[in-house]
Design a protein around this ligand. Structure first.
Ligand code: DGY
Length: 323
């Protein structure tokens, strides 16, 4: 009998075909509507495998209904949407898609650095509104990226890829991480500093750390106050790492210069969110890994993880969990 798999969204054709060859597939086949909770609750009951997205909340209560579930394959590098403890106590494997989105996400992070520093969206809107009357010495002046200091919070794969790009811009690289990264220090000239030094000395503070209970609200009022008035905060990790009320106040009061945000605590961010009223915020709809090639590769990798687990093998991207 073929294993039963539930896929929580329309996914690239190639990945769907791969899974369909050896599994009985049920799918929430919508592109832009997340699977409703009641559908997920119904489908999980008979599923041997779940192919999920970061928008699906896979909690203890849901897993309680899933008597046959062997694997949850998340099509994302992040897995904060999955209760790992609940999965571990039931022997359910959890997998993610690391590595394949590193460079694409680092590209987008750097795009945000440049856009926020050089006020690209403000400038473009200014032109389109017909307000461009003449070249003027101080018109739409921003901050330099070349030669500035970049502070990376969370020196994992993506942090390192951002640092490699920063080298090309002759930036000084500071980082803070749970563990020191001697290779990054040697190869990229990155300097390990404590959090306070990073916040005080960086022109760009880049959040690249996973979202966990420990990193929830990591950047709040106190941290924002430590930053330079000319500093720019970039977040392409998860919205909940930053306290958005505190960020709004800091940006509004000129305590920091600007922010480039690809992620928000609640997504999609409501269009009347205070942060979106500020000209010094560049806001994007969580598109860090959104190149066509990378998303197809992520979808295929998630399919491979799922199929290997269902075949009784240990998938390569098993998320580690220690009780
Ligand atoms: C992830 O994979 O966790 C990103 O947020 C989306 O690619």
């Amino acid at each position: 009998m073929k294993p039963k798999v539930f896929i929580t969204r329309k996914i690239p054709e190639e990945a769907l075909k791969k899974i369909s060859r050896s599994c009985e597939v049920s799918i929430w086949d919508k592109e832009d509507v997340p699977v409703p909770r009641e559908v997920l609750e119904r489908e999980i009951v008979n599923a041997d495998g779940l192919y999920s997205l970061l928008t699906d909340n896979i909690d203890d209560e849901l897993m309680e209904r899933a008597e046959n579930l062997k694997v949850i394959s998340n099509m994302a590098v992040g897995y904060n949407n999955i209760d790992l403890e609940a999965a571990a106590k039931r022997g359910i494997m959890v997998t993610n898609t690391p590595g394949v989105l590193t460079e694409t996400t680092a590209d987008l992070t750097f795009a945000l650095i440049l856009a926020a520093a050089r006020r690209l969206f403000e400038a473009s809107d200014f032109l389109r509104r017909g307000e461009w009357k003449t070249w003027s010495p101080m018109l739409l002046t921003g901050q330099d990226v070349y030669g500035a200091t970049l502070g990376i919070i969370g020196m994992g794969r993506i942090g390192e890829a951002v640092a490699r790009r920063a080298k090309g811009f002759n930036m000084k690289i500071l980082y803070h991480n749970r563990k020191r990264r001697p290779e990054a220090e040697k190869e990229l000239g990155a300097v390990y500093v404590d959090m306070e030094t990073l916040l005080k000395e960086s022109d760009f503070v880049c959040i690249m750390t996973p979202y966990t209970p420990e990193t929830h609200g990591l950047i709040g009022e106190k941290e924002l106050q430590l930053m330079k008035k000319t500093a720019i905060l970039i977040n392409t990790a998860r919205g909940g790492i930053v306290n958005e009320d505190a960020l709004y106040k800091a940006l509004k009061n000129g305590d920091i210069y600007a922010a480039g945000l690809d992620v928000f605590e609640n997504e999609p961010v409501p269009t009347d969110h205070p942060l979106l009223t500020l000209p010094n915020v560049v806001a994007l709809p969580h598109i860090g890994s959104a190149s066509r090639k990378t998303r197809i590769t992520m979808a295929n990798l998630a399919a491979e993880n799922l199929l290997l687990a269902l075949d009784g093998k240990v998938p390569p991207n098993l998320v580690p969990y220690q009780i």
